[in-house]
Design a protein around this ligand. Structure first.
Ligand code: BDR
Ligand code: CA
Length: 315
């Protein structure tokens, strides 16, 4: 059994919002070999207030019981934008949503990892602000956490045509990502070049919508809505959407789905056009620095989709 803290910028449930954090939570909950000990929220896909309400709402829908949800960072370390406040649609959900627990994400991450040395895996599927803050509060977290699995970065191949120079979770808070890389913790990065290969199609969504489980119709409906939404911005994307964050959850219990290679990764911080860009050394020369993480290299995409559709889609 793997015990995890899921750190998320979940936006599923808000109109036109990304759904993959919500599906990552659903997959972690459905995996019999994962125990979710704690959920922490962070600014990213949406403001942290909305992420916390929407996580509480999904926790109600998934019947997550009393797993604590703790609110985290409202902005990145050095480039705090003024973030949105919850929309009326999100506020309307807060009445029925599971309320957040007292406290602050970084503090609760420290408390939980240090109370259970070597036992806890952090699965970070949003910007790394909370995780970096936890490491700043307690540097020994690095040797007490079993592993940190991160959906973030882009390591191989060229970037798809995007407005930002790197991958979203790293680009929102590169200073935090760099602090996590420096920490000495055992890190596995599941990068965008690999997660873009794991996709749900309209046909998958329609099958989920018709499946006979409490969650499947909502899963199918949400997927259809998200595919429709992104098709307006990514007309070449076809009739499918990527499952970035669920893949990071899947590798915790199914390492056979993704191959990883050792690497030394650094991140461009500060101002400038290259902010958030990652430099990946695959350690092929004698002068290479020591590895500071492992990065995803390839994925068994069909096997992942089957795993996902079985556990989350009710198929
Ligand atoms: C990452 O950014 C978000 O939009 C997704 O939830 C995922 O965590 C992909 O770049
Ligand atoms: Ca995310």
């Amino acid at each position: 059994m793997k015990r995890i803290i899921l750190d998320t910028d979940l936006a599923m449930g808000a109109p036109g919002s990304d759904i993959d954090d919500g599906f990552a939570l659903a997959l972690a909950h459905a995996d019999p070999d994962i125990q979710i000990d704690l959920i922490t929220t962070v600014n990213g896909n949406t403001d942290v207030e909305s992420a916390t309400i929407l996580t509480g709402e999904l926790a109600r829908r998934l019947d997550l019981g009393d797993i604590p949800i703790v609110k985290g960072a409202a902005a990145a370390f050095t480039h705090p934008e003024v973030r949105r406040t919850p929309s009326d649609e999100v506020l309307a959900l807060s009445a029925g949503a599971r309320p957040a627990s007292e406290g602050y994400a970084a503090v609760e991450i420290v408390r939980h990892v240090m109370a259970n040395p070597g036992e806890i895996t952090i699965v970070a599927i949003g910007p790394l602000t909370n995780v970096a803050a936890a490491i700043l509060l307690e540097p020994r977290l690095a040797e007490n956490v079993a592993e940190i699995v991160i959906m973030g970065g882009v390591f191989f191949g060229t970037m798809p045509d995007r407005k930002m120079p790197g991958e979203f979770n790293v680009w929102v808070d590169p200073e935090a990502a760099a602090a996590v890389l420096r920490s000495g913790a055992t890190l596995r990065w599941v990068g965008l070049d690999v997660t873009l290969q794991v996709r749900l199609t309209t046909a998958d969504a329609e099958r989920m919508r018709a499946a006979d489980t409490p969650f499947a119709p909502f899963a199918g409906e949400s997927t259809l809505g998200w595919i429709e939404h992104i098709s307006r911005f990514e007309p070449d994307g076809g009739d499918s959407c990527a499952m970035h964050d669920p893949l990071a959850v899947a590798v915790v219990t199914h390492p056979e789905l993704v191959t990883f290679v050792d690497a030394h990764v650094s991140i461009v911080t500060g101002d400038g056009q290259a902010r958030g860009v990652m430099i990946t050394d695959l350690l092929r020369t004698d002068e290479a620095p020591p590895a500071n993480c492992r990065v995803a290299r390839s994925v068994e995409a069909a096997a992942f989709t089957e795993h996902f559709l079985t556990l989350v889609g009710g198929l």
